[in-house]
Every structure is written in structure tokens, then in C-alpha cells.
Design a protein around this ligand. Sequence first.
Ligand SMILES: [Zn+2]
Length: 385
Amino acid sequence: MTSQTIANTPTPEQIRRAPKVLLHDHLDGGLRPGTIVELARGSGYAQLPETDPDKLGVWFREAADSGSLERYLETFSHTVGVMQTRDALVRVARECAEDLAEDGVVYAEVRYAPEQHLEGGLSLEEVVEAVNEGFREGERLARESGHRIRVGALLTAMRHAARALEIAELANRYRDLGVVGFDIAGAEAGYPPTRHLDAFEYLKRENNHFTIHAGEAFGLPSIWQALQWCGADRLGHGVRIIDDIEVKDDGTVHLGRLASYVRDKRIPLEMCPSSNLQTGAATSYVEHPIGLLRRLHFRTTVNTDNRLMSHTSMSREFEHLVDAFGYTLDDMQWFSVNAMKSAFIPFDERLAMINDVIKPGYAELKSEWLFQQTASTSGSTVEEG
Ligand SMILES: [Zn+2]
């Protein structure tokens, strides 16, 4: 190993400073535990299992780790439970932007389901406007503390509900006003994406963008439907595409028709390693399909999914991948450029983010080893002399 490859392996501190791009993060999966406690107190929400922020944080992680779908879903009933007023939504969105910026994320698409925030009497439009306002405030506060971030919203429709077309129309109405695309989420089994064809066809007619949660719990048929029936621009997770890839004993690889299509058409895969370990979609970081998919040059991206439940951040996801696969700053740059290319904002803005923010950021980090070496060499010369 040369000194340059050693230097190119990022330290946790470099990982945090590296410009990162996040495409798959749920607003109701990323609250600060302290915020949940305060919002619950302020709104009279009495169902929290713990009222001490530290204990509550642990409870979320353990519930999400438990392997029980019931307990996993309960975590979201609490976060969504305290996000039913305008002020709560503004605050959660503001803190989301601030936390991501602090972690070195320069561009994020954060998703949420407006239909889940109506219990306090807000309209769908009021929900979208509150979240947009929070994101703008968070961007401004981040800038004041020396960070730069841009946050776009994705509006999610729930697979088991029947409001997808209405939410798609909402996403279209707020296009260029903070909303950059659409998504469907929720249990995959029993709720194929084709149930919501009307929403996807509407968005295509409007030249709008959407991603679909597919290929996480449910395998290839879900990915196939999302792409070939619904026309998804990206796949949320898409981790089961691995089922269509055969690695032979001699190391040669055979791609099935669907895996070939995904790679040939550069379909972005929004991979969320820690979340996949919790839901059983992968067994360990080392065995996570992201390693093989990156080697095979699929359009792979790294994401957080639910930062609170998975006790993670973009930096932590990359730390796990650096440990598991020996990834370097070049690999991190590759993932970040991939994600930026796959974002739903206009092409010229994506290109500017890549050329003016991401590449210079990595160049700066990659050049640091030169100066560290100079400092240690001159230090030892002085000692020897
Ligand atoms: Zn997700």
C-alpha cells in the first residue's frame, strides 16, 4: 500500500467534513429525541414510552432493532404523533436541515407523507408550507454557522392508502416551490406500486419526477413493477436487485435482464445500509449488496433512511462502509457525485453542485495528506538535528 492510499482512507473527521449528498431520508425518522419530548409536552401528547431524551433515544433504537414490525411501526406513531401542528413541522424541518448541514451534507432530498400530519386540523397545503418554511430557516441558520446546504422535499403517499393521485397533484402544485418530487412508501408486501398507477401516469404527463420504495422487503417483482409499469426515476432501496445477479465460483458475474436494465439505464439505487440491517434486508455491512453493486458500477448511492431509528447519519453510514470495504475518499466522491447526478433538481444546478461544491471539497480533503507528510517530515528532521 502506498502512502497515498493510506492517506486517501478517510478519518471519521474527514468523513464528516466531506461534502455528502442524501437522497433518501424520512422527516419523521430523523427527529432529535429532545425535540420529541418537548413537542409532546407542549401538545399534551401522552403516549411517549420515555420522557428523558437519552432514554427515549435508546428506546427508539431498540424498538427499531427488535426485529418486530409492530415495535418498529410504533416508533413512527410517536414521531408523527408530535408533528401535527404548524409550529412542530417548522421546527422539525428546521432542525433536520441544521443537523444534516452540521454533518457535512450539502444537498438533501427529505421526504414525508403530508396525509399523516392532518390530525391537528392542518390542510395538506399548510403541511407542505410549514415544512418548506422549516427547511428554508434551517438552511439560513446553517449558513450562519458556516455550513452550506440545500434541501428539497419529496412528497410521499402511503402505499396502503388511496390518496396517491391527490398527493401527486400536491407535489406538482408545489414544484419549484420547495418540492422536487414524489415517492410512495409503506409495506411492500400486498401493496404493489401498480395500485397507484394513476398517480405515476399523472406525474409523467406533467414531466415530474418520482422515486418508489421497492426491492427492500419484497424482491424483484416489486422492482420490475416500479420501473416497467410505473416508470420510477429512482428506486428507494432496490437492494433485492442482487437476486438477479449471479456471482460464480470463479468470480465471473452474470446479470439477469432486470439487473442489466437497471445498470444499463443508470437507474439510481437509494441504498440505506444500517436501515437494511434492522429490517433484515441485509445481514451485515460486509455482506451488504452495496459492495458488489459498487464494484459492478451500478448507479449506487448511500443514504440514511431514518436517522433516529437507526441511530445514524451520513457520516456514520460512510464510516461503516469505509470499515467494511476499505473505501477511500475517491469512493466517497464517487457515491456523492452519483447521488448528485440522480437528484431531482435541474441538470445545470446538479452540474454546478458537482463541479463547484463536491469535487473541490474532495480535492481539498485529498490534498491534506501532502501537508501532513511535510509537517511530520520536517518535525523529525528537527529532532534528528
Ligand atoms: Zn425509506
